[in-house]
Ligand binder design. Sequence first.
Ligand code: URA
Length: 253
Amino acid sequence: MTERPKSERPKFVTPKGRPPARRKPAAAGADLFTGVRPPASPKTPYYDPGCTQCPRLAEFLTETHHAHPDYFARPVPSFGAAAPKILIVGLAPGMHGANRTGRPFTGDYAGVLLYETLHELGLATVPESVSADDGLELRHVRITNAVKCVPPENKPLPDEIRQCNAYLKSELAELKSVRVVFALGRIAHDGVLTAEGLKRSRFGFAHGAEHALDYKRVLVDSYHCSRYNTSTRVLTPEMFKKVMARACEIAGI
Ligand code: URA
């Protein structure tokens, strides 16, 4: 069959007799083909590098910045996989660790056992986290803190923990891939429950405890891997590896 010249071909019209509308470019953030936007993010972003909502912590960061101009001295962002299966929740940046380097548990003693264990289990490319640009990568794991700014004497106040909980809540809501939330210490454990709107009285903290947060996520507790806990052997490398390995098992890693 010979093809008709273009000018003689019937025009493609819609049932209402109008030519079909041209496909509009997808709106920002929407799926390229379906045009569907993902559900709106929670109002609070899960990291705000300029947050000054806790006056005491904001002032302390300013003082730290003047005393140590080379320190990161800002709220410390979380670090690791973008779509993790395990979200590790620590307490708060250490003064000369995360607050200096800008990466959680990096540059002070608190991270030694954590990164060694992650490496042993195949979750970190190297056993030591030295600085934010050392090239270390995490697999299936992301690390965040219940409080993003370094607190004086490593002790955030209850109001500061509450204020910062909005960020943890957003992070938990956005990371849909998470199967295990791994709490390092009681403050992280309580922070996760608050973020999830769950009653603390129903979920006791204990090393190795497992709590269903919902039908797909489990909260696993561990003692914090602080210098105090590891040097007093409240937390041994074996204890820590066992509970982290269990988290991997639950997460299907
Ligand atoms: N460094 C962190 O980033 N978090 C902690 O909980 C302790 C040290």
